[in-house]
Design a protein around this ligand. Structure first.
Ligand SMILES: Cc1cc2nc3c(=O)[nH]c(=O)nc-3n(C[C@H](O)[C@H](O)[C@H](O)COP(=O)(O)O)c2cc1C
Length: 190
């Protein structure tokens, strides 16, 4: 848990499909209410990476997350994103089916998928595989959701996770003393 790092820079080799399946299988032991196992994954690999990256960048532009002064700068930014998307062997998009349109059941399922993702990240790290959990407003962009073949009324996107063998492992980011986050409550009169 302490040693896992968010990896930005990956080697080009793919992770073997059987190993990815093993890791997703470990991840599925995540806690989930009523055993709904709400996790769904779309894996973008090989030639699917570039068009997937293009859909992401189109969403950034639509949402004003990528502001460019002119066409030339925009093309340069598109190229840089394409290089990034094609430099990472696997992009996993995690999503779930909505049950009560943003209500409590959806919160529960969302939490379970997040637990699944963290399990996956830790199991991957154990095998020398790096990941990067990304979440931007794009996950709420209805045009993007349709663009990847899902339905905004039915599906909630949760994260895009990059996966591959690390080329460079970033430095550890120190955490705040944990005591700052905890309040011990022991008296009867609360
Ligand atoms: C919900 C969520 C969204 C994140 N989104 C991004 C992101 O968009 N870009 C990014 O570089 N890292 C993203 N991260 C990774 C964090 O930046 C990273 O976990 C944090 O900096 C601590 O670094 P570490 O994971 O190496 O310990 C995200 C993590 C979570 C849990």
């Amino acid at each position: 848990m302490r040693e896992r790092r968010t990896v930005l820079d990956y080697k080009p080799e793919k992770v073997e499909k059987g190993l990815l399946l093993e890791l997703f299988n470990y991840a599925s032991y995540a806690p989930n209410h009523h055993m709904k196992q709400p996790w769904k994954i779309k894996l973008y690999e090989d030639d699917a990476r570039s068009p997937f990256g293009e859909k992401v960048v189109n969403s950034y532009i639509r949402l004003g997350l990528l502001k460019t002064k002119n066409e030339e700068k925009l093309n340069k930014a598109r190229l840089a994103y394409d290089r990034f998307f094609t430099s990472v062997p696997h992009h996993a998009l995690f999503y779930m089916e909505k049950e009560d349109d943003g209500g409590y059941l959806d919160d529960e399922n969302f939490a379970a998928v997040c637990a699944f993702i963290q399990n996956f990240q830790l199991a991957a790290w154990e095998k020398g595989i790096g990941t990067m959990w990304t979440a931007k407003k794009t996950l709420l962009d209805e045009v993007f959701i349709r663009d990847i073949g899902l339905t905004p009324e039915k599906h909630k996107l949760i994260a895009v996770v990059q996966i591959g063998y690390p080329n460079k492992i970033p430095r550890m980011k120190e955490r705040a003393p944990i005591e700052e986050s905890i309040e011990w409550i022991k008296e009867r009169d609360i």
